[in-house]
Design a protein around this ligand. Structure first.
Ligand code: DAH
Length: 341
């Protein structure tokens, strides 16, 4: 009997030896130790053994079973280790290879310029106030001294939503909303999108403006000149000069249009400034007393100055862009030029 058991153990060891994967090992184990396995059959045969030999026989089967199980467990561990090693090898990553650098985005030129402008004025004590893009006739026009049916409305080809509500054609309503809510001294910038039925190489139905407003005691056109001189030096370069030309806006009196000396030819005359040496950049003036009064500010005590500029226009001048549409086309080659990496 002992011999038979030794043979079984030997067979099991030889069979296990030949196995090279976990699944075959499992099948083989079932053949020896499963419900209908060889060793299980031996255990079942116990009932036919004479009672006095049963205990010794039982011990022998048990020893055999333990040995066979150990053979399988050892092999199982070995296979698992091999499989793990194989996997580690297959999935190995060479950390010394150069990586794939992700494409980096960049700030849009309009935002670069907008941020520069805001920073320049914030350095001079201005705060930012953003108004709504859909605004009422009152805020867009009437409170800015442009009554209904006044010809000055033709200066802006407006998109009306209803008779009383419109896509704001300028950021000037920001002045009114601020004055209604804030006591002087006031120093604000109101940036945002504006809309006009206008479409050519230098105009777009949607564009961006920044409105500026200062209200305080004794504010004059001289302060406006000083403020804008400082501003253009920061935005263009330190030698940039400003020039005021008389103009007309219903909400300012007097009104001016402001030119800067051409940043390309420095006043000599070139294609950018159309040979004049000067480029118009914004409208401005001393706030009309009527506008102050309509917003509840005593015009005998306070005076104001205001200006409004187009961000696209300044961006186009600064970077020599000839068609405004380039700023909205999302052409990656164009935008990558502003990537400062
Ligand atoms: N709102 C004017 C426009 O859109 C720009 C402007 C001109 C704003 C003169 C002002 C100003 O505050 O004083 O054309």
């Amino acid at each position: 009997m002992q011999e038979k058991f030794s043979q079984i153990l030997l067979n099991a060891k030889q069979d296990v030896e030949k196995i090279d994967n976990s699944k075959d090992l499992y099948d083989l184990k079932t053949r020896y130790l499963g419900k209908n396995g060889e060793i299980t059959a031996l255990l079942r045969g116990m009932k036919d053994v004479a009672p006095e030999q049963r205990s010794a026989f039982g011990k022998m089967i048990n020893d055999l079973k333990v040995e066979v199980e150990k053979t399988f467990d050892d092999k199982d561990q070995m296979l698992k280790q091999n499989e793990l090693n194989q996997r580690l090898q297959n999935e190995a990553v060479d950390v010394t290879l150069p990586g794939n650098a992700p494409a980096m985005g960049s700030i849009h030129p309009l935002n670069i310029v907008k941020n520069k402008i805001i920073n320049a004025f914030c350095g001079m004590g201005f705060e930012v106030f953003e108004g709504p893009e859909i605004d009422s006739d009152y805020y867009c026009f009437q409170a800015l001294n442009i009554p209904k049916d006044h010809p000055a409305r033709d200066m802006q080809d407006t998109f009306y939503i209803t008779e009383n509500f419109l896509l704001r054609p300028h950021t000037s309503p920001g002045q009114v909303r601020t004055m209604e809510n804030k006591k002087p001294p006031i120093k604000i910038l109101s940036p945002g999108r504006v809309y006009r039925a206008d479409d050519d190489a230098s105009h777009s139905p949607m564009f961006h403006q920044i409105e500026g407003l200062v209200v305080d005691k004794g504010v004059s056109l001289c302060d406006l000149k000083g403020l804008l001189d400082e501003f253009v030096r920061i935005i263009f370069d330190k030698d940039t000069k400003t020039r005021f030309r008389p103009s007309y806006f219903p909400f300012t009196e007097p009104s001016v249009e402001v030119d800067v000396s051409c940043c390309k030819c420095h006043g000599k005359g070139c294609n950018l400034c159309k040979g004049t040496g000067w480029i118009e950049i914004l409208g401005a003036g001393v706030v009309n007393k009527k506008v102050l009064e309509m917003s509840g500010i005593d015009s005998n005590e306070y005076s104001g100055l205001a200006f409004g500029l187009g961000i696209e226009r300044i961006t186009m001048i600064k970077y020599g862009i000839s068609n405004i549409k380039t700023l909205f086309e999302s052409n990656i080659n164009f935008l990558n030029q502003f990537n400062r990496r």
